[in-house]
Design a protein around this ligand. Sequence first.
Ligand code: GBH
Length: 459
Amino acid sequence: MTSPPRPLPRFPADFLWGVATSAHQIEGAVGEDGRGMSSWDAFAAEPGRIRDGSDASVATDHYHRYARDVALIKDLGVGAYRFSVAWSRVLPDGAGAVNGAGLDFYDRLVDELCAAGVRPVPTLFHWDTPLALEKAGGWLERDTAHRFAEYTDVVAARLGDRVDRWITLNEPAEVTLLGYGLGQHAPGRRLLFGALPAAHHQLLGHGLAVQALRARGADGIGIANSHGPVRPASDGDEDRGAADFYDLLLNRLFADPLLLGRYPDGIAEMLPGPVADDLALIASRPLDWYGINYYQPTLVGAPGPDAPTDFAGIAIPPEMPFSVREIEGHPRTAFGWPVVPDALTELLTSFRERYGDRLPPVVVTENGCSYDGLDDQERIAFLDGHLRALHRALEAGVDVRGYFVWSLMDNFEWAEGYTQRFGLVHIDYETLARTPKASFHWLREALREQRPPGSSGRP
Ligand code: GBH
């Protein structure tokens, strides 16, 4: 297999190129410098939860090797680095006493990035809820939204002088559905639609966090939601109805409240208590930009006796009003996810159509794939295809301002442990050595070609 022909089509000169990670997936050093336990530490310790029986107590040891990792980011030539702050490093009990040593780590990281000419883009919550809060109900409790805003204020006070792009939450849909609904992720609850309060409380937490950030003078505030086109398994009414419902859960449950100030029909009734005031807050301070994590489209049909009861290894209980089917006719990543670049164009243009002027500028905050090996020609083809698809969305008039590859390096892939490798940089989990893969070199060249001669390309 050979690399696709370069160059890529030309992106706007101020387009923000970046790579992404999250704290729990790379940092390790779980017991160090006063860090508290998180929902994911506890979840991984339960037998049978993680495919390879691993946990993230060492991960890629980024906590100690961050300077080396920032040097890699600089060498790659991207202008931005999306990382997340571990709430339990900053507030070991989720609330109350601030742990200065934990906050110091992010301070050092941000300094290192700034010195390298790389813009820091912190995510305030990427799934690792402080365990003390999780034990009290986590995002099922309204209180957690307020604790999240207090934590946000602490981080903003410390990093705000050097940060001008913020992400409040990463993929609240996954936390709701996989964490509280189906139990595949921490905290491992299987509440089915009883998980919906966790969606609402994350949105409320987002709204309160935006308020806290604005009060500190921050701007450049966004959120990272997972989205993908949903296709019906057939033209029949039942399949179309099921696909529409799945589309609501994946694409509208969070975007509608954030951008339109209302829940899709039928959702508000399933939430605890009246939500009108909360919705006013959630949508009252418009986002500066909207982050989309895109991986693949989903084919959905009605449930039924011959429908699959399994979705990406997750048992879907028969009372769910949909079933997820295999998409045929596309290459697959090592994770088994279909590779469908066109669906990224479709997703972005459909967002523009649905939300019109209510949609702020968009950033693709995650896109990437799992493949093994250092000579990862499949990842090169994946990135090439998706960047071309992204460019078609720009040509179609969608205001896309940036693109982040998931991920800078191989890392702890949640319930999959270390069995899935999403990195541009390979991690040897014995020695923790970092080795740039072929895709890293390819992307560095592609970005070099994007830059006008003589410019650093780092806005
Ligand atoms: C993101 O979630 C996370 O933000 C990140 O932490 C994670 O490491 C990364 O992506 C890679 O997983 O069986 O084909 O229908 C990804 C959200 C939702 C994407 C489920 C894949 C099902 C695939 N995922 N989806 S399929």
